[in-house]
Ligand binder design. Structure first.
Ligand code: PLP
Length: 355
């Protein structure tokens, strides 16, 4: 192996304190984290250590100039209780797409996957066994050089944390097609998983929630008519038998669930078109009774079925059934839990005894 990852273990694991039947969302973290430093132009000292607070200089550049990017993915158990990762290589590649846009150094993709594997191997007892549950993994990179002035930082940290997540039963969601605020413009940072993108989405999301919606449906920055994506999901529509999802144009995240759903749909014989699609087209399809399905796709939920979309003072209704979406969701789940053959070679198996 090219990289030597040193491991310092906790004296006693906290895993016994977790009620696996009632896992609080986003507030429980496993015993360890993976850490690596960028210093003098290279990534050094990859290590797994007990989770701990990180001393931060008040001038750390991420706090001022926002060089901070992240990833999100899940480890699951197969039917024999062995841990697996879903398409971690794609997360590694996407982190580097984000890093390039934000003027940050690339992180070696093989070390990204190796760090995940070793962390999950060590923390395998934290993977909730219940169907639909998983160990959420949060790799991220930020500028921790103390400096006041606008330039790329010269010192960064790359960290992976892990947080157990219970089953996510999503009700049908209501989206608000946002015309005042935008998420991304051509040439901006829409395709990067940059922390600032999420900061800018908080206020519009709060306003949409106050109106009774679950999430914002983002539209293009110029004409406010082309559909981009949902809060933390890409979006698919089934119109007159054909699936349509907004094409990647630099403004939407290259979702790993999105690319997997496209593959599964095509494998099942459905036609999937990646193209520009307007909110008016969706409205017209709904009126004509041709909007057969609409769903969001993302790591957190898998597939979230859409009930309606609010736009201006109107409501676009989606059919109450999503049989194909449901079928695709079941296929994705079955691949992620080893219940069916991994025919696309997406799963990365982890040996529990690695560490
Ligand atoms: C803005 C945005 N779009 C789409 C997605 C879905 O991407 P993925 O399927 O890789 O989770 C996410 C979640 O990471 C997201 O934050």
């Amino acid at each position: 192996m090219k990289y030597s990852i040193t491991t310092t273990k906790v004296k006693a694991s906290k895993v016994n304190t977790l009620d696996f039947n009632n896992i609080p969302l986003g507030t429980t973290f496993t015993d360890h984290m993976f850490v690596c430093d960028y210093d003098n132009g290279q990534w050094v000292n990859p290590r797994i250590e007990p989770l701990h607070l990180i001393p931060t200089h008040p001038a750390a550049m991420a706090l001022h100039y926002g060089q901070a990017i992240f990833e999100g993915m899940k480890a699951t158990l197969d039917t024999h209780g062995n841990p697996m990762l879903f398409r971690a290589d794609r997360n590694a590649a996407r982190l580097n797409t984000s890093a390039e846009r934000m003027g940050m150094p690339n992180f070696p993709e093989d070390l990204f996957v190796e760090g995940l594997k070793q962390l999950v191997a060590l923390e395998h007892n934290w993977i909730p066994p219940k169907a639909g549950s998983a160990l959420y993994l949060r790799p991220f990179m930020y500028a921790d050089e103390p400096f006041i002035g606008m330039r790329a930082a010269t010192h960064y940290k790359f960290i992976i944390m892990a947080s157990p997540a219970g089953p996510f039963f999503s009700k049908r969601i209501k989206l608000w097609a946002e015309k005042q605020y935008i998420r991304a413009a051509a040439g901006g940072t829409g395709e990067a998983k940059a922390a600032g993108n999420y900061a800018a989405a908080i206020r519009p999301t709060e306003l949409a929630k106050a109106k009774g919606y679950d999430q914002v449906l983002w539209l293009d920055a110029v004409e406010h008519k082309y559909i981009q994506e949902v809060g933390t999901m890409n979006i698919f529509f089934k119109i007159d038998g054909q699936f349509i999802t907004p094409k990647r144009d630099g403004s939407i995240l290259d979702g790993i669930t999105r690319m997997s759903v496209i593959t599964i749909l095509r494998d099942k014989g459905y036609e999937v078109i990646e193209r520009a699609i307007t909110i008016d087209e969706i409205k017209a399809a709904s009126k004509a009774g041709k909007l057969e399905e609409a769903f969001g796709t993302g790591t957190a939920v898998g597939i979230a079925y859409i009930q309606e979309i609010g736009v201006d003072d109107q409501t676009i209704h989606v059919s109450n059934e999503s049989p194909v979406g449901l079928e695709v969701n079941n296929t994705l789940d079955a691949i992620k839990t080893g219940k069916i053959e991994d025919k696309f070679n997406w799963m990365i198996k982890i040996e529990k005894e690695l560490v």
